[in-house]
Design a protein around this ligand. Structure first.
Ligand SMILES: [Zn+2]
Length: 440
């Protein structure tokens, strides 16, 4: 047992941990309050219920010495990590699952307790091989398995070739027949939960959680309601849509914009493009949007403007690829190109074309803190409560309310005396009420 944990109860262990001397990040606020979690149910417990109705006591107490406890971080756009690219299926397909399990164990140490593994534009066979491995678990499972897939984010191949970014234009397609083409690409079985069970278990969960597609291509806009009816989030991205086309997509059910500003038309005063839909007068119609705060994809001021225009929709994402966690250098990319990695930045060799990032999500939060002037709770909300709401998982993920999954990060704050730069550091990670990583 670690030195900061003390055993409380002599009787049978119920897996209850009590955190004391901590500051809880709840929504926009920080409150000083104890927190109880159960490693048996994997959930956050209601302290009132515990003591007044069930007379339970904690098995152990963790003294956090005034550090922050936030919900576990959620990354809705992660292409790979620790050398593994979710879009590359090995010759022996079972190796995909093995490597994925290893990545999940490493990823959780960065504070990301759940995420959408993101597949870039590929041929249909790649999606159909990879997606079955990326299904959500559908509820608490072994904490030692590390970070948890909330289902896949398919970014492409229904993208506009003129806004391809680094996606290979040769595999881009257009949904000329609507849903039929989309099912043919990802596999119909990956796009809906099995109907054989009233409550789907892990094997029956829908593998695809979110799709990024250009609404102006083929019959995509008309098909958005079919996707939304299946519980799939439709995100506008890699798109040349003008304001009217983007507004139509939102009217049809698009609730997200993928990496706002990148791979889309810039804001124009006569036609504000996709960014313009954040100006809708009805706040509830404004979509959520992903922002990459790595210091190269976007100017800090653009990030600040995006936040101020719709704070409740603002979601930090890494868009990191497999090189996150690896040393600087030149690496092969899937389609024969090569990528230069320098710190958190990736560019296509011989060009200044951005090729995703290799930044961690907590680094994005620290950058955002420094650039925006918002408080720590507001910054953390963009990677916890807001993505959980976007995914329809509010109540289960992204909050410290009782009944939510006990996915937590313990954070310490530091300010560089010379530069004034503020940093958040992940000291501990708890998954389903069990400590899976601790540095202090
Ligand atoms: Zn992209």
């Amino acid at each position: 047992m670690a030195p900061w944990i003390s055993a409380d109860a002599d009787g049978p262990r119920r897996g209850i941990t009590r955190f004391i001397n901590c500051r809880l990040v709840t929504g926009d606020k920080i409150v000083k309050q104890d927190l109880y979690v159960s490693s048996v149910t994997g959930k956050i417990l209601s302290s009132q219920e515990l003591f007044f109705q069930q007379c339970y006591v904690a098995d152990e107490t963790v003294d956090l010495q005034d550090r922050l406890v936030a919900p576990g971080l959620i990354d809705v756009q992660l292409n790979g990590a620790f050398g593994f690219d979710f879009s590359v299926v090995p010759e022996n397909v079972s190796d995909y699952g093995k490597t994925l399990r290893k990545v999940n164990k490493d990823l959780v140490k960065t504070g990301v307790t759940s995420y959408l593994p993101t597949l870039t534009s590929q041929k249909p066979e790649v999606y159909q091989s990879a997606l079955p491995f990326l299904r959500p678990s559908g509820g608490p499972r072994d904490a030692e398995d590390g970070s948890e897939s909330l289902g896949a984010h398919c970014e492409g191949p229904f993208l506009n070739p003129v806004k391809n970014g680094i996606h290979n234009t040769e595999v881009l397609i257009s949904a000329e027949h609507g849903l039929r083409d989309i099912e043919a690409c990802y596999g119909a079985e990956n796009m809906q939960a099995s109907k054989q069970h009233s409550r789907p278990g892990p094997d029956q969960q829908r593998a695809v959680t979110m799709i990024t597609a250009a609404p102006e291509q083929g019959k995509m806009t008309q098909t958005i309601p079919d996707l939304v009816n299946r519980g799939i989030v439709y995100s506008i991205g890699h798109s040349d849509a003008d304001y009217e086309q983007a507004s139509s997509a939102v009217a049809k059910g698009a609730t997200m914009i993928t990496h706002l500003f990148n791979a889309m038309r810039p804001l124009h005063h006569r036609n504000p493009g996709i960014f313009g839909v954040l100006g809708q007068s009805e706040r509830q119609w404004r979509p959520y949007f992903g922002i990459i705060a790595d210091g190269i994809h976007l100017h800090p001021t653009a990030i600040k403007i995006a936040f101020d225009s719709h704070p409740d929709g603002f979601i930090l994402v890494t868009d990191a690829m497999r090189l996150v966690g690896l040393p600087d250098g030149i690496y092969d990319w899937t389609n024969g190109d090569r990528i230069v990695k320098k710190g958190p930045h990736l560019t296509l060799e011989g060009t200044d074309k951005i090729a995703g990032s290799s930044i961690t999500l907590i680094e994005c939060v620290s950058n955002f803190l420094n650039w925006s002037g918002v408080g720590v709770a507001e910054a953390l909300k963009t990677v916890t409560l807001t993505p959980a709401r976007m995914l329809g998982l509010h109540g289960t993920k992204g909050s410290l309310d009782s009944g939510a999954d006990a996915d937590l990060v313990v954070l310490s704050e530091a300010t560089d005396a010379a530069t004034g730069h503020r940093d958040l550091h992940v000291d501990q990670v708890w998954k389903f009420g069990t400590c899976v990583h601790a540095t202090k």
